[in-house]
Every structure is written in C-alpha cells, then in structure tokens.
Write a protein that binds this ligand. Structure first.
Ligand SMILES: *Cc1c(COP(=O)(O)O)cnc(C)c1O
Length: 747
C-alpha cells in the first residue's frame, strides 16, 4: 500500500493531442490507458496556461507528463516546467518527446525533471510503470515521518489492549450516542488515536523515534536548533519556556502587551515581573515597544523603581516580547537581540500569530528564528508559535523553537520544563498535524503559500482604497479606510519590506517619537478604520463605531479577528481564498448602502430589536450610530484609553502572592465603585484591545477605574454590543448592569 491509501494516485498529462478524437490510437492515449490499468487516475490539459491553473488547484496530482512540443500558443514547455518548480520542487515531471529532439533540451532544464519519456519508442506499459514508481516515491517523500508511521500503524490495525479505552473507536459503537459520534468523525480519527505505549511512534516526552524525527525536521524547516511539539497550545508553550528560565524571585521583563498565559507562567514560577510598555495610537492600535526601552539603563531604572525587587543588582532572567503585536506590527529582531545581549540571557518572542514569518523574505530578520544570529554574543532565543492559528494544524497544535546564544540552552534541562506541562497521554492526531504543518512549509512550497496570502491581502487593501476614491468622486460620502501608509506612485504597495516600514516622519500610523524602520506593518494583517476619531485622539462630530459593522458582518457569517471602537482587524492566512475576501468586500459595501439608506435598526438587527424593544425598536441606523458615537465621545474614549495604558503599574505584591490569596480565600468581590486603591487579585483584560490594564497584585488606580467604568456604561447603554473584560464579572442588578472583580482582603 502507498501513502495515498484512500485515493487513486493522480497523473497530470499536458499534451495538445490529448483531446483529439476519442479512441484515436495516438501514443498519448495508449499511455493513459496503461496508467488507468495500473490504477492511476489521469487529469489532462491541452494548453500549458490551463495546465498551470489545473496544477495549482489540484494538489492531489502526483506526477506530470508534459509534451516537449506544446505548440505556438501560450508559454513554452520550458517555462511551464520552471513555473511548476517554483511551487513544488519535488513532484516528478517527465518530458514526453522523441529521441532526435533531445538536443533541444538543455542539461539544466533536464535536471529539473525526472527525465524523458520516448512516447513513440517505449511501450505504454513500460512508461506507466516508470510513472507509477516515481509517483509513489514522491508521495513517500512528501509524507513527514510521524504522520507516515501513524498511517502505517493505523492500517495494520493491531488488536491492542492499551489505552485509549475506546479501542480504535469500537467502544463507541456499543452505544447509540457513541455511534453518532463515531460516524460523524469517521473511522481513522479513532484508529489513529493511540496511546504512548505504541513503541513504533516514539515518545513526545523523550523526543525519540519518529516523534523526535518529526521535531528535528521541523527544527530544520523553521531554522531552529531544537523544536518541541506542544499539544496544549502556546498557552502551555509559554509556561514551558517560563518554567525553564525562571525561579522564585527572579526578574522577568515582560511586554505589557502579553497573553495571559505569561501571567500564569509568572505566577507559577514566583518570578517578579517588570514591564515594557508599548505605545499606542488614538485608535487603540498597539505600536510596539520603543527601542529605547531595551537599553540597559532604561531597564535598570525600571528595576530601581519596582518596590518588589530588593536586590537591585539582580540580573534579568528572561525577556518576553509579543511579535507580532495583535495589530500586526513586527519588530527589527536583530536590533532587539543586540540591545538585550547586555541585559539578559534569554529572550522569548511570543509568535502565536506569526508562525509563517520564516517562509517569506518580506519578514527578513523580523522574527525570532531569523537568519542573523551571533551565538557568541546574542541571548538564547525562544519562539512560541500557535501553529494552529496561522498555519494549518489542529487546535492546540503549537511549537517551541530554540536557538542557543552565548549561554547555551541544555536540551535535557529544558526538557524537564517541557515534561512538567505535557500530558503523559498526548493527542497523536495533534502531533501528526504539527508534523504535516511543518512539511507543508518546506522549501518553495511554503514560500508560495505565504506569497498567496500576501497577494490576497494586497488585492483587498488596494480595492478598499480604490473604492474610497470612487465614493469620494461620486458624492464625497464616507467609506472605510485602511490603516496603512498612503501609497503613491513613488511609494508603491508591494511585497517588499520597504513598503511597510514605519517611518518617524510619517503621520498615518499615529505614533509620536518612533525610530524609523524599527517597526514594520505586516501586510497580511489588515486593520480597517471607521469614521469617528482623528489621529490626535480628538473625536469627530459624527462617527460610525466599529462594533456596529462588526455585528452586521457577524450576522453574515464573517467573523473579524478583533473589533476596537473605531477599527477592526482581518487576517489573511493561508486558508483565505479570493471568494472569501470578495464576500467581505461585498458585505462592507452592502453595509454602507443600508446605512446610507438609513434603514430601521430592526432591519439589520432584528434579534436585538426584539430583545430590547425599548432601546432599539424606534431607531434608524444613522441615529443609532450617532447615539453610540456621542456616548463614546462624551467618555472621550480615545484619551481615556491612552491614559490607562501609559500609566506605570503600582505593584503591591507579586502575582504569585496575589494568587496565594485566592487559594487561601482571602479575596472578595467588589463593584467598580469600591475598587479605588484596592489590590487586584486577578488580571483585568478588556477586549478590545486584549491587553491587561491591571495585573494581579497591582493597585487599582483612578485611570483604571475611569476606563472600566467607560466600558461598564457602554455595556449598560448598548445591550447586545457588550464589550468583554476578562477578570470582570458583569452582574445584572435592579438598576442595570454592574461590573465586579476580585480584590485582595488586606489584614
Ligand atoms: C493565542 C495566543 C496565545 C495562546 O495560544 P494558544 O495556542 O491559543 O494556547 C499566546 N500568545 C498570544 C500572543 C496569543 O495571541
């Protein structure tokens, strides 16, 4: 049996004769017949241009036979072969020709192929045999090690007495409910769900066998010294790196723009956090950490000011930076490494949303495992990536990549932290998906996939801008704008880094005091802005808050990544197709049309109008948008946000101590009105933008309360459009909704 167990192998034949009158006894038809007899399916194209499209759309093709003589129309065979090779370096290609024309084919071109087939001289059966061998070798070559062995083992189907207890799904079949479940997912999911006691598959904990081989291949593909597969998401990956680098009392320097798993890592280890504060603009878009903050002097100053650190000479053990930021800004990683080499031994980049960076030159030197690395000077570098977020893997499939610097990372010691957080029964289907995700990105194929995402994003960006021009010309009315440099004939929008760098003198980004080129906007992360806020944070007379548009899109099945008050974000990942992005465009246009017609609220949001008739039933859309905008304007939301995020945290106790209060039941739940000056027991993270405004153990200040009460008022005023703040429990009381949170009870 071959790797393509459930499918017939597919051969693509590109030959102008292939559609000639059926039954014609041409050589190519005899070859097709022989291939069919071998069990191969054949897809045929007559023109090379069409053939390229077919190849593009049919990833099941496992071998190509192309006629040397493709006629005068379209591109030549040579060009065709080169284009296929740009996407796929491995697929076997045979040139069909006649011996006397061999001298027309250059040696170099020949080396891109598996050779020639003499279609008049070799027998069809001989040719079919050659094709089939090449095809199976190819399928074998594209199947990564763990997945290969898992398929093999699953097929052999041993009678096993080990866990999981469902025994390849059989247990489910003994119950009607179980049977529904079994048939929904299909046989293979269950048969491939194996236990660690299967020796053929190696061990995730020991990185042995095909499991270890898969990790080593991934390390090569992602340019790491070591790669670790994590089956519980980057949430766990971050805790592993945290536990590998930190112990109680150590100082950790953390991007304030961090995922909550970092706070968990800090709590677990008992480390003392100090923070790097990213800038932000009036839209609430996070602008990255200023390079000055990475200077030894600046960090020493932060240490000096932190009341929790007694030994001010202590070295920083770990620095954590979110790259890219949630809004798609990416750092000059080499500059960060250079600055931090004097500060600390270990730097972790949380690249949960950024696992694709290695595969396209636009991201050159802007990701953790980048080319430029000096292992005699730079710190040890860790990258944690949610493979499942922007590459193709099952949920929870993540990777840790490690690159040693001046202080070598010892894999055995690191593995102690890895095992601490890894289940002794990891899900093999997730591991196989990580193995496959890595293999998919290998070589030119990976580059082509990312190129496609970038191209899609560029088309979308250009279209939004073009529509803005058209609308402006027609009636000067509103449209969405894209948060990006104002492209001109001189500064073109393309897939070069120079198009996307943030320059100090540019105004579009809205950040003051930038260092040019330190940050770059990732073109695949597209932020659209709605009217309402100026770049300086002042609010316009009228506006269209983004949650309204976002809700409309949601009702049409379009879910954005993140909605701010006047912005929303879309990701162009490798799963985005042209159909998907044009549906987004047409939905945005439809929203504008309905909004401009000022349709009743109930027409766009019938469910909300029915649920809250006294609030919404009488409103039309423009009136509703105005009410929401005026509400936000009265709260001066842009400036309230800026204020809370630029304040320096006041820690009363380290996070682990705050957590110990929870365990000891020394916390209480209080409403906002009673929180001033209290110590937070949990992290408070409003969405948007998803960045903690208070960490456990920090004192709750006036700007924090102003900000939270703006959210509370918003939720009261606009039911159905509620914001979300982790750490806050909203409670419906007689006089409306109230926010509560847990604080420390001091003795
Ligand atoms: C999503 C996310 C994580 C956690 O990743 P999971 O794979 O969901 O566990 C960590 N860091 C950042 C920045 C994230 O956005």
């Amino acid at each position: 049996m071959t790797s393509s167990a459930n499918h017939n192998p597919v051969v693509h034949i590109v030959d102008p004769d292939v559609n000639a009158a059926s039954g014609a006894e041409t050589a190519v038809h005899q070859i097709i017949e022989a291939l069919n007899e071998q069990g191969c399916q054949v897809i045929a194209s007559t023109h090379p241009q069409e053939a390229l499209q077919t190849f593009h759309g049919h990833t099941e093709i496992g071998c190509i036979l192309v006629n040397w003589d493709l006629g005068k129309k379209g591109i030549s065979t040579e060009k065709y072969i080169r284009e296929v090779r740009e996407r796929n370096e491995l697929i076997p290609i045979f040139i069909m020709t006649e011996k006397h024309r061999l001298e027309e084919i250059s040696y170099e071109l020949m080396s891109l192929t598996q050779g020639c087939i003499w279609k008049m001289e070799d027998t069809p059966q001989f040719i079919a045999g050659r094709v089939e061998r090449a095809l199976h070798r190819y399928l074998d070559g594209i199947t990564p090690p763990f997945f290969k062995e898992l398929m093999q083992y699953t097929r052999e189907y041993k009678y096993a007495w080990h866990t999981p207890g469902h025994m390849g799904g059989l247990a489910f079949l003994k119950s009607p409910t179980g049977r529904l479940f079994y048939h929904f997912f299909g046989e293979n999911v269950f048969r491939a769900d194996l236990s660690v006691s299967v020796p053929e598959l190696g061990s995730l904990m020991e990185h042995s066998g095909v499991n270890g081989e898969a990790e080593r291949q991934a390390a090569k593909i992602f340019n790491a010294d070591q790669t670790y597969f994590v089956t519980n998401g980057t949430s766990t990956a971050n805790k592993i790196v945290g536990c590998a680098c930190l112990k109680r009392g150590d100082i950790v320097l953390v991007d304030r723009n961090c995922h909550k798993s970092l706070q968990h890592a800090i709590t677990l280890t008992g480390a003392i956090p100090i923070y790097l504060i990213p800038s932000r603009n009036a839209y609430g878009i996070i602008g990255g950490i200023h390079p000055e903050e990475f200077l030894l002097k600046a960090i020493q100053e932060t240490v000096r000011k932190c009341p929790l650190i007694r030994n001010k000479k202590q070295k920083i053990k770990l620095t954590v930076i979110t790259n890219s930021t949630y809004d798609g800004l990416i750092y000059d990683v080499v500059e960060i490494k250079q600055r931090l080499q004097k500060v600390c031994d270990n730097v972790m980049f949380d690249e949960a949303w950024y696992a694709y960076a290695h595969f396209h030159p636009i991201y050159h030197d802007r990701f953790a495992m980048c080319k430029t690395h000096d292992e005699t000077k730079h710190p040890n570098i860790f990258a944690t990536q949610s493979t499942h977020k922007l590459l193709a893997a099952f949920s929870q499939g993540s990777m840790i990549h490690v690159r040693s610097g001046q202080n070598k990372v010892d894999p055995d010691r690191f593995n102690e932290a890895f095992m601490m957080h890894t289940s002794t029964s990891p899900q093999y289907v997730i591991i196989a998906s990580l193995d496959v995700a890595a293999k998919m990105m290998e070589g030119k194929a990976g580059r082509a996939l990312i190129q496609e995402s970038i191209d899609e994003a560029l088309i979308f960006r250009k279209k939004i801008v073009q529509m803005a021009h058209q609308i402006k010309k027609k009636d000067r009315s509103w449209w969405f704008s894209v948060w990006q440099p104002p492209f001109t004939a001189k500064r073109k929008m393309n897939d070069q880094p120079s198009s996307w760098l943030l320059k100090a003198k540019d105004r579009w980004h809205g950040y003051a005091g930038l260092q040019s080129d330190f940050l770059m906007l990732d073109p695949i992360k597209v932020t659209l802005l709605t009217p309402g806020v100026n770049l300086d944070g002042s609010m316009q007379a009228s506006g269209l808050p983004a949650p309204i548009v976002s809700k409309f899109l949601m009702n049409r099945g379009i879910v954005d990544e993140k909605t701010g008050f006047y912005s929303f974000l879309f990701l162009f990942s490798i799963g985005v197709t042209q159909g998907k992005s044009s549906f987004l465009l047409s939905s945005l246009s439809l929203f504008k049309k309905l909004f401009d017609q000022n349709v009743p609220f109930a027409e766009l949001f019938p469910d909300l109008a029915a649920k809250y008739p006294e609030k919404y039933a009488h409103l039309r859309m423009q009136e509703f948008a105005q009410t929401m905008h005026q509400h936000l304007k009265k709260k001066d939301i842009a400036k309230t946000t800026l204020k809370v995020f630029s304040q320096i945290a006041e820690p009363k106790m380290p996070p682990y101590e705050a957590y110990e209060h929870i365990v000891d039941d020394k916390v209480q739940e209080l409403p906002l009105q009673k929180l001033l000056g209290k110590t937070a027991a949990v992290m408070l993270v409003p969405y948007p933008p998803g960045i903690p405004i208070v960490m456990p153990g920090e004192i709750i200040t006036k700007p924090v309360l102003d900000y939270l009460s703006a959210f509370e008022d918003f939720d009261r005023a606009f039911p159905g459009f509620e914001t979300e703040t982790h750490g806050i429990v909203p409670k419906q009381e007689e006089d409306g909704l109230r926010y509560y949170t847990q604080v420390i009870i001091h003795k």
